[in-house]
Design a protein around this ligand. Structure first.
Ligand code: FES
Length: 112
């Protein structure tokens, strides 16, 4: 076992892209949900700014907060003790989340 060096990580974003098959339960990548566009919006924003090494983005399976109207997204900022979770996130919400959680991180942190 070897520890992972997280010293350069500003935040870890988890996006549920779970799609249930043959189930009446909602899922984040279900018929009307935006999981893939949500993930892609974050990925594109980070890629365009060359930030994927500093803001980690991970696709997940069910995180337990499924909603018929959207996707579960969790932010784990490195400098905060408490994670920030959202459910029912849609593609239009991504820009609000970027303004709220990501832009302040990159403004306040020197680039290395
Ligand atoms: S399917 Fe995404 S949180 Fe459950």
């Amino acid at each position: 076992m070897k520890p992972v060096d997280t010293s350069q990580c500003l935040c870890h974003i988890l996006v549920c892209v779970n799609r249930r098959q043959d189930s009446p339960l909602p899922s984040c990548a279900g018929a009307d949900a935006d999981a893939e566009p949500v993930f892609e919006t974050f990925r594109s924003w980070l890629t365009d700014r060359n930030l994927l090494a500093r803001i980690w983005l991970t696709r997940t399976q069910c995180m337990g907060w499924c909603h018929v109207d959207g996707t579960t997204v969790a932010f784990y900022p490195a400098d905060e003790l408490e994670p920030i979770w959202y459910r029912a996130v849609n593609k239009e919400d991504c820009h609000t989340l970027i303004e709220r959680h990501l832009k302040p991180l990159i403004r306040s942190t020197p680039q290395s």
